[in-house]
Design a binder for this molecule. Structure first.
Ligand code: AHG
Ligand code: MN
Ligand code: MN
Length: 342
């Protein structure tokens, strides 16, 4: 029997595992393979979270009253589930020395009796949580650093408090109309689409680059009256007022989804500081820095309004930051306008 077209296509695909091995062979032949394995660990967590996300609406039907499902297990909130899944995938492999999650107040140590490794992973397990219950795209964001503390002992807080510039890898998973994993190790930005029929992330978007000028702007405009005048001026120009070139507006309310759309077609996302959120809303280490690293490697730029996000030295784990991110010329123009107006 002759193979069908889709069978031929499937026999030629590149899985994320094959791609990561090939990248390591090309760019870091001396590497131990630990970082590659860490990326697989995250890929595995992403598959598990994905399978739960896809069941999200059914949990209410299948689960009995009181949050107990048919197996008698307590139904976990999806963001808690995602957080536990990331911990389970990353804590016991000997590749990490400390984790930090948006959902945990303190850094997460390696459990007693397990080996420690040389990397820290900082992550937002479920981004866009207000969209979970309404079947709108959500995501997971991750940031990987090499530890600063010497030796093989437990990781220290300083291993997590590193500027974005020193990340060795960063990426996100988007649970959208299809599920995608996008990452960079500093050698291009690459996107993989999950094929549920074979349970693999397949290379679908090699070498992603973002246009220098975008056609979209993404911002929560309900905050307009609480922004500074210079921030209001920047957004007014994105609308085409005051001599700006008009852009179209798109805002989902899940950073990963808004960022991904703008990355693919060009655009700028902003979550500026306002009178209620004087440092902005988004978290530097779990949201801003990893996406900034990825954006820069795709030819874009990310700023806190004054300087490159990647140059910010964090002083605490859950630090917040204003964020302007996306098409390079748009973000630079915003930064210049804010400097002139300040
Ligand atoms: P999280 O769900 O991880 O707390 O993040 C929510 C963030 C981000 O995804 C999104 O861009 C932003 O909050 C939306 O905030 P507003 O509802 O204030 O626009
Ligand atoms: Mn988030
Ligand atoms: Mn979150």
């Amino acid at each position: 029997m002759r193979p069908s077209l889709s069978q031929i296509a499937l026999s030629r695909v590149i899985t994320i595992e094959q791609f990561i091995i090939e990248q390591e062979r090309r760019f870091a032949p001396e590497a131990t393979g630990e970082l590659s394995n860490l990326l697989y660990d995250i890929g595995l967590a992403a598959k598990i979270i994905n399978s739960h996300v896809r069941m999200a609406g059914l949990a209410d039907i299948l689960g009995a009253a009181g949050g107990v499902n048919v197996q008698g297990e307590v139904v976990q909130k999806l963001d808690e589930f995602a957080n536990e899944t990331m911990k389970h995938a990353l804590l016991r492999t000997g590749r990490t020395c400390l984790l930090a999650s948006e959902e945990d107040e303190q850094p997460i140590p390696i459990p007693e009796g397990y080996p420690t490794g040389k990397y820290t992973v900082l992550y937002d397990p479920l981004d866009g949580s207000s969209n979970i219950d309404v079947n709108v795209s959500i995501g997971t964001i991750f940031s990987i650093h090499k530890r600063l503390s010497p030796g093989k002992g437990p990781g220290e807080l300083r291993d997590c408090l590193q500027p974005g510039r020193t990340q060795v890898a960063a990426g996100y998973v988007l649970y959208g109309s299809s599920t995608m994993l996008v990452y960079t190790t500093g050698q291009g930005v690459h996107g993989f689409t999950f094929d549920p029929s074979i349970g693999e992330f397949l290379l679908s978007h090699p070498n992603i680059t973002t246009p220098p000028v975008g056609k979209y702007y993404s911002v929560n405009e309900s905050n307009f009256p609480r922004w500074t005048l210079p921030v209001q001026g920047v957004v007014r120009r994105w609308k085409g007022a005051d001599g700006g070139e008009a852009k179209n507006c798109r805002y989902i309310g899940s950073l990963v989804a808004d960022f991904h759309r703008n990355l693919m077609v060009g655009g700028v996302f902003a979550y500026p500081a306002d009178v209620n959120n004087t440092q902005g809303k988004l978290r530097l280490l779990y949201e801003c820095a990893p996406l900034a690293f990825l954006c820069e490697h795709a030819g874009g730029y990310a700023s806190d309004g004054q300087r490159c996000i990647l140059d910010v030295q964090p002083s605490k784990l859950h630090q917040r930051s204003p964020l302007f991110i996306g098409s390079r010329d748009d973000v630079r123009a915003a930064e210049l306008a804010l400097a002139a107006g300040a």
